[in-house]
Design a protein around this ligand. Structure first.
Ligand SMILES: [Zn+2]
Length: 235
């Protein structure tokens, strides 16, 4: 094992954005409590709930605009600048990008984009409200938030599997703020030096697979993880 030579794979989830104040559908307060997830994030019935779906994502874009990246996003960015990093996130927010990250792989889509169901054009809406204007490319009227819904194929998953398959003994994997309920982390972390940061232990994550564990907020853990990486890389 020569961790000095290897790459770093960072895999983040809702926990990294929680300290920025972004609520998730597992929280019982705020934006999400007013909506039924199975009505606004469900590929089987989103067309039927078209107005409600867009109302929900309009509010989420509005919420995102007033949210700021935190120190955990900033340290992830610092790592990408200093080392060879593959940066994968389950989050649909742009907080990693606003902290300065480039080339983030968004497994579940991106809140600032819409996708045309007819011609598959993806276009930027930023933090704007979507007011049911037609597709700028083909004029179709069925536009979907570019978010992977429940029961929908996630096109980036194959890329993620390939990345984890490519991990070797010299690499480092950092898992940040994920419950392991949507994506089975245990099956992905095989080789390399593995670091886990979650607020608390999670039933779906086997901690015995990890070499280093930080059970605390990502804003306090990431500065420590950064130090650990610097130490490993300078040995
Ligand atoms: Zn179109």
């Amino acid at each position: 094992m020569d961790l000095k030579q290897g790459k770093i794979v960072i895999f983040s989830g809702a926990g990294i954005s929680a300290d920025s104040g972004l609520a998730t559908f597992r929280d019982n307060d705020g934006l999400w409590s007013k909506y039924n997830v199975m009505e606004v994030c469900n590929y089987k019935n989103w067309r039927r709930n078209y107005k409600l779906v867009h109302e929900f994502y309009n509010l989420r874009r509005q919420e995102l605009q007033t949210t700021k990246p935190n120190i955990a996003h900033e340290i992830v960015c610092k790592l990408t600048e200093e080392f060879e990093v593959i940066n994968i996130t389950q989050n649909v927010d742009d907080l990693l990008e606003r902290a300065g990250c480039k080339d983030v792989i968004h497994l579940h889509g991106f809140l600032k984009e819409l996708r045309c169901e007819e011609c598959e054009t993806i276009f930027e809406i930023g933090y704007e409200q979507y007011n049911f204007t037609p597709c700028p490319t083909c004029n179709a009227t069925l536009l979907k938030p570019n978010i992977v819904f429940f029961f929908e194929h996630a096109p980036q998953y194959q890329k993620m599997y390939n990345i984890f398959d490519s991990v070797c003994e010299n690499d480092i994997i950092i898992v940040i703020g994920t419950s392991g309920e949507v994506i089975n982390i245990n099956s992905l972390v095989n080789k390399g030096y593995k670091i886990l940061n979650n607020l608390e232990s999670r039933d779906m994550i086997d901690e015995s697979l990890f070499d280093s564990i930080y059970l605390e907020s990502s804003t306090t853990a990431l500065p420590k993880i950064y130090k650990e990486i610097k130490k490993i890389k300078s040995l």
